[in-house]
Design a protein around this ligand. Structure first.
Ligand SMILES: [Zn+2]
Ligand SMILES: [Zn+2]
Length: 463
């Protein structure tokens, strides 16, 4: 295995020497792992070998931080060890990651069986893990033909990866449901596990889980951030659920799992259409804005394909002065971020009335980009009812989310009209997404909505 493969062709070099590539963590779980050399990413070459770069265009602005807030490991239904998963992200151009297992935190003494499974490099996953982290670290027992492994806790392994350039969040995907509807809510920076709260309706279950997250936030004083996952997974949630939800300002406009139906169907809104309906219905009621995030929801690290959920499909870029739990989450709550499935922005600027978006084209031709500014006006016939059951929001979709302006190129502006409720922007590249959510997807970025009267801001650099 040549270390030269570890240097990514399209990403900046990692901030540590390749001479540490085979450094092994200390075996003693109680050891101060922060003192051990940072491991280098072997796993990255597995993805490189098959052309999954995961690399966006490099951005010169140091305030942009790339991260994924939704991923699964062997602690629930993901197919690889958490350290191997973190290695995938940390060895690329990501700056933060949350492994968000179902109703599980990565803590306590956890042994599980591990069937043989061959990874992308043709090596069994346990052998790859042992090769990467060492036999002493990779605790396993073979008994009567069954292999048992002990999963390392977040506290045990985080010191191997965290640095000035990389941060791990503790997270949980609170996995609940009602009458066959899955209701999943991520809680980033959670401090203690929250059990599914259950309830008397889909909306009630969702609100109870959000309330439980906010109660822990209040109790601990930590900025714990809920976000609603994949509303269209098994048609779990309706737009009305998000219109009336209190205390929650994020949802997944893009999720990389092949079963989540980002695009909707003939009787269900796409995530973009849902976003516009929810924004319009919230804003005409004086409610809170809703921000869109992109995530991988990665479960599958051993095999790539359209039928599995692989890493590298969706992420967010947060603009913050520093990389840290509080700066990143505080910036997100201000809307100082965008979601991406491949497009990199150099900047977003709002002067109080005009929204300007500037694209970093990387190696894509500038003319291949389209910037769509999407608005809904005050003429929108809000369904108006105060009761959840009074609203048929699917019917309202026809007059929300109109493309008010569409610009070819890497720079575009839109000035809010008197009757605009908000404007948001979607950038679509002419480049097809590698290993996409679905065949034919182009790389995109989603800029957060801005409202009339909102304070001016500048994120990154705008021409
Ligand atoms: Zn889920
Ligand atoms: Zn998930």
């Amino acid at each position: 295995m040549s270390l030269t493969y570890l240097n990514r062709a399209c990403c900046p070099p990692a901030p540590y020497s390749t001479s540490n590539a085979n450094a092994r963590p200390k075996a003693d779980a109680d050891a101060n792992v922060k003192a051990t050399p940072k491991p280098k990413a072997v796993f990255a070459m597995l993805m490189l070998a098959i052309g999954l770069s995961g690399c966006g265009s490099a951005t010169d602005n140091a305030n942009w931080h790339k991260g994924n807030l939704h991923t699964h490991s062997l602690w629930s239904d993901g197919d690889h060890f958490p350290e191997m998963i973190v290695d995938w992200y940390a060895s690329r151009d990501y700056n933060f990651l949350a492994i968000s297992d179902h109703n599980t935190l990565q803590e306590g003494n956890r042994w599980r069986t591990l069937p043989a499974a061959v990874g992308l490099d043709g090596i069994d996953r346990l052998d790859a893990y042992r090769a990467r982290f060492g036999d002493d670290w990779a605790e396993h027992i073979d008994s009567s033909g069954t292999t048992w492994v002990r999963l390392k806790t977040l506290e045990e392994y985080r010191g191997l990866f965290e640095s000035d350039d990389f941060l791990l969040f503790q997270s949980e995907e609170i996995t609940d449901g009602y009458d066959g509807h899955p209701i999943h809510l991520n809680a980033t920076n959670i401090q203690r596990m929250i059990a599914p709260q259950q309830g008397s309706s889909v909306f009630d279950v969702l609100q109870r889980n959000v309330d439980a997250v906010l109660a822990q936030r209040e109790e601990t004083g930590e900025r714990i951030v809920p976000h609603v996952n994949h509303p269209n997974f098994v048609w779990g949630l309706t737009p009305a659920d998000l219109v009336f939800l209190q205390g929650e300002q994020f949802f997944e406009v893009y999720n990389g799992h092949p079963a989540v139906r980002n695009e909707g169907d003939s009787t269900h809104l796409s995530m973009e259409d849902l976003w516009d309906v929810v924004l319009a219905e919230r804003l005409v009621r004086g409610g809170d804005v809703l921000y869109g995030i992109a995530t991988d929801d990665a479960h599958n690290f051993l095999r790539l394909g359209l039928d599995v959920s692989n890493p590298g499909r969706g992420w967010i870029m947060v603009n913050a002065d520093q990389l840290g739990t509080e700066p990143i989450l505080e910036a997100m709550e201000r809307g100082a971020f965008y979601a991406s499935s491949g497009v990199t922005l150099s900047g977003v600027h709002f002067d109080g009335s005009t929204l300007t978006v500037s694209v970093d084209p990387g190696d894509v031709e500038k003319g291949a980009f389209r910037i769509d500014f999407v608005t809904t006006t005050t003429d929108y016939p809000a369904t108006g009812g105060d009761e959840y059951t009074e609203i048929d929001i699917f019917e309202a979709n026809g007059s929300s989310g109109n493309i008010a302006s569409s610009i070819s190129g890497t720079e575009g502006s839109y000035t809010l009209r008197d009757n605009d409720l908000y404007v948001r922007a979607v950038v679509t590249s002419g480049r097809l997404k590698e290993n996409p959510y679905q065949e034919g997807d182009f790389e995109q970025a989603w800029v957060q909505p801005v409202l009339p009267g909102q304070a001016a801001f500048t994120l990154g650099s705008v021409q």
